[in-house]
Design a protein around this ligand. Structure first.
Ligand SMILES: Cc1cc2nc3c(=O)[nH]c(=O)nc-3n(C[C@H](O)[C@H](O)[C@H](O)COP(=O)(O)OP(=O)(O)OC[C@H]3O[C@@H](n4cnc5c(N)ncnc54)[C@H](O)[C@@H]3O)c2cc1C
Length: 512
């Protein structure tokens, strides 16, 4: 098969699909090639014993009317196609550190009041923290879908400040420092490394409002693919790109494993930047650029346990739980094999037949790729007995840890499954199963910024390693990538134009 398009997108993660959608809307003939049998990358879901599980999208922020994700969802035609539920406003995240519980409440006022209640002597530090997070979240034009000046340097200073240093500058209280840094797993935060800007954006999205995608994140990928096709584009699964073809210094086509050739004027890679480099022959690109992409440090991977629960045994709670064994919130990703896991996140889904009770639970913790490296040359379902034993042992260790906060789970498990860094690597195609792609590093702010333009003039990048990870980070990254084809402010104006007037609430009104 040989086909010709304006733009071929390699990979159907959120970044790839949203680029294809936006450019399709602007009249480009697009084609998305996905290597897996299911589209979506981290948006994929799977079913076991009638329960649907998400793989890499557990909750999303800022999806209330007027908020940034709501505007994106409206533009992408997702508002009526994706089922969502707001998490508990008084405690969308419950942080359990060293046996004590703290609530993250929605809305800055409630968030601040709740923490002051826990730390009455720290009111000043808490208020300063919250106003800085809010300021950074609201100052950014792109994250508020306001027209952007691409040279906007408003928040640049905060790329060079570490989250841990900033929090430490506010208070001597170690417990409060830990509570403020407790959503670290949402960006695989590292002490003295993670820029305050990254922490601020992610926390801001969720403090503004936090939501569960109740019927699974694949509703997003399915709806986007359907719209892309309606606009005349194509989306192919089982279409692994294995080769880039060149005509002199420009790309001319990509070739899939099946030998199909897809020609295009331009190409967008939704693969990790270093994986993209693997397809570019050395004589087409400067070695220093390739080396830079290949040497970027990635965020850590994860180990996840999925539980199908016995009926009517565990009460459903509409929130997420973060658990840290000690108040060393920053060290959890830098564990020794003997003290793993030092922290975890768990959430439940409710049973449709009896919503007061949980039907399933998902437990996520960090895992280093090194732990599974010995099986890296194996494929899904063929990794051998040692690997299965390893996974079972790790599952048991994680279940022992989770029983420290949910002892009732012990007798309530009907079935359990687990996913290792290799599972993530093989289902989502990320380098070493990295959770969020390239690590943002405040000590190397420029180096960890990746432009959507590559040194090949008609090859562009998108996805979580460009800009920021997570649903809003990837969507804003897609805007930046599409901004190399269509003037970015034209896209932003379109997003605004189609947004219903009744939803246009300002941030200030929301804060009231
Ligand atoms: C455990 C976990 C939990 C998370 N939880 C949340 C959350 O609660 N909220 C949130 O907002 N974010 C969350 N994230 C982050 C979020 O899922 C990601 O940032 C986002 O989905 C990444 O999108 P992407 O566009 O970079 O593509 P990816 O999801 O990385 O997809 C890339 C796609 O490219 C395909 N591909 C790769 N190579 C090829 C090839 N050669 N040919 C064709 N196709 C190829 C892959 O198969 C894949 O489908 C989580 C991530 C993880 C890992």
């Amino acid at each position: 098969m040989k086909a010709k398009y304006d733009i071929v997108v390699i990979g159907s993660g959120l970044g790839g699909l949203s680029c294809a959608y936006i450019l399709g809307k602007f009249g480009y003939r697009v084609c998305v090639l996905e290597k897996h049998f299911q589209i979506g990358g981290n948006l994929q879901t799977f079913e076991r014993k009638g329960c649907k599980f998400d793989t890499g999208m557990h909750y999303v922020g800022s999806l209330g009317p007027g908020e940034v994700l709501h505007r994106f969802f409206n533009y992408l035609g997702l508002l009526s196609k994706v089922d969502v539920k707001k998490l508990d406003e008084d405690a969308f995240d419950v942080i359990n550190i060293n046996g004590r519980k703290y609530n993250y409440a929605m809305g800055y006022e409630k968030f601040v009041a709740g923490l002051i209640n826990d730390f009455p002597d720290e009111a000043e530090a808490i208020k300063t923290y919250a106003s800085k997070i809010k300021e950074l979240g609201e100052n950014s034009d792109i994250y508020n879908l306001r027209e952007v000046d691409l040279m906007d340097l408003t928040n640049i200073n905060y790329y060079g400040i570490s989250t841990s240093d900033y929090i430490a500058s506010l208070t001597e209280n170690i417990d409060l420092r830990s509570v403020l840094a407790a959503l670290n797993p949402l960006h695989a935060g590292e002490e003295a490394i993670t820029p305050l800007y990254v922490h601020a954006l992610v926390n801001h999205f969720f403090i503004t409002s936090a939501w569960r995608l109740t019927k699974g994140a694949d509703q997003i990928s399915e709806a986007l693919a359907e719209s892309i096709k309606e606009m005349g584009g194509d989306v192919f699964t089982r279409a692994e790109v294995v080769k880039f073809h060149f005509n002199d210094l420009l790309m001319s086509a990509v070739e899939t494993k099946a030998g199909d050739i897809f020609e295009a004027e331009s190409f967008i890679s939704n693969m990790h930047p270093s994986l993209t480099m693997d397809f570019i022959p050395d004589d087409k690109i400067r070695k220093s650029y390739k080396n830079r992409m290949n040497n970027l440090r990635n965020t850590i991977s994860s180990f996840t346990v999925y539980l199908v629960l016995k009926k009517n045994q565990v009460r459903y709670q509409n929130k997420n739980f973060y658990y840290y064994k000690t108040n060393k919130v920053w060290g959890v990703n830098n564990y020794n094999a003997g003290d793993w896991p030092q922290g975890l996140m768990i959430y439940f889904t409710s049973d449709a037949a009896n919503p007061d009770f949980a039907e399933s639970a998902t437990i996520i913790t960090y895992m280093k790729y090194d732990e599974v490296k010995q099986w890296e040359n194996t494929s899904i379902g063929n990794r051998g007995k040692l690997y299965k034993d390893f996974k079972n042992l790790k599952k048991e260790q994680l279940l022992i840890r989770v029983a420290e906060i949910f002892p009732e789970l012990n007798d309530a498990i009907e079935y359990s499954y687990s996913a290792s860094p290799l599972t993530y690597r093989d289902y989502t195609g990320t380098r070493e199963g990295s959770m969020y792609g390239v690590m943002r590093d405040c000590t190397r702010p420029i180096e960890s910024y990746i432009s959507p333009r590559t040194k090949i003039p008609n090859l562009f990048l998108t996805g979580q390693s460009i800009n920021l990870h997570g649903i809003t980070g990837v969507l804003c990254g897609a805007l930046i990538t599409c901004g190399t084809f269509v003037e970015i402010n034209e896209i932003i104006r379109e997003i605004d134009k189609c947004y219903p007037a009744e939803f246009k609430v300002t941030n200030n009104e929301l804060a009231d």
